[in-house]
Design a protein around this ligand. Structure first.
Ligand code: G
Ligand code: G
Ligand code: MN
Ligand code: NA
Length: 250
């Protein structure tokens, strides 16, 4: 069985597919303000397959809309139960290019009862580089519905600053390759500080992802980073565990 055939089967038997939630913290010492939904796949023959491996397969096999819907639905069901908690969802470029995608998102929100302002769609710079009118229209629809847009893996693409000017995003997520290089001093600190200052000057909030050490956390706090995410604070958690975390935070 190829990974594609296994994934096709998994989409019919969704017990293999789960969504985990990695907490987002808005203060050091930790106030949980939401979570990022992350797809997980355990297959009886292949074992645990990383999304880094199966998302590209889903894309090329034409399965990403279906898979994306599974994740979005789980995210909206979670969000509906925890109003005020932000639920972030990774959206692949292929999903965003579909003309009916905004309608799908809005109907999932309506169906589950999740507040649009609690949903954050994480998109990547690569989709903005295409400068496709359909993408621009989709982003406009999300914005007018009150859905938040975050630019994921920020800093890894090209001409990031240009896109920030052209596309009104609510948040950037500083890629963990920058966060991992933060130390007590150094050039990486200057880069991250510059990104955060620039974002704030444009009224854009900043999430740091991949926070793994206290040194990184302290540096990011000094730099006025808004939201923190990473293994130091919490790994991705099963749905029932994140609910306990949310309960504790409210
Ligand atoms: O969870 P993990 O760190 O293993 O994820 C690896 C990559 O897969 C990350 O880039 C993450 O954004 C991506 N990913 C995880 N879940 C989803 C999902 O539901 N949809 C999309 N498009 N990407 C996802
Ligand atoms: O590309 P994206 O930002 O969506 O990637 C999210 C992925 O990053 C998740 O799959 C999650 O498992 C992983 N992740 C979360 N926190 C950390 C961390 O502190 N260190 C590393 N290396 N990966 C992390
Ligand atoms: Mn992400
Ligand atoms: Na990222």
């Amino acid at each position: 069985q190829t990974i594609e055939a296994e994934l096709r089967e998994a989409l019919r038997d969704t017990d293999q597919l789960r969504v985990e939630f990695q907490p987002l913290f808005n203060r050091v010492g930790g106030v949980v303000c939401g979570a990022e939904a992350l797809a997980r796949w355990s297959n009886p023959r292949l074992g645990t397959v990383s999304p880094a491996r199966f998302i590209p397969v889903a894309e090329s096999a034409g399965l990403i809309d279906e898979l994306g819907e599974v994740v979005l639905r789980a995210a909206c069901e979670m969000g509906a139960q925890w109003p005020g908690m932000t639920i972030a969802v990774n959206i692949s470029p292929t999903q965003l290019r579909r003309p009916d995608f905004p309608d799908r998102v809005l109907s999932l929100l309506a169906e589950t009862g999740m507040a649009p302002a609690d949903l954050e769609l994480e998109i990547t710079e690569s989709i903005l580089i295409e400068d496709d009118p359909a993408t621009t229209a989709a982003l406009g629809r999300f914005r007018s519905a009150g859905i938040q847009i975050a630019l994921d893996d920020f800093g890894t693409g090209y001409s990031s600053l240009n896109y920030l000017k052209r596309y009104p995003v609510d948040r950037i997520k500083i890629d963990r390759s920058f966060v991992s290089q933060l130390s007590a001093d150094g050039v990486s600190n200057a880069i991250v500080q510059a990104i955060i200052s620039l974002a704030h000057a444009m009224d854009i909030a900043v999430t740091a992802e991949g926070v793994e050490t206290h040194v990184q956390l302290a540096a990011l706090t000094r730099m006025q980073c808004n939201i923190f995410q990473g293994y130091l604070l919490s790994p991705p958690l099963a749905a029932d565990v994140i609910e306990a975390v949310f309960k504790n935070a409210t």
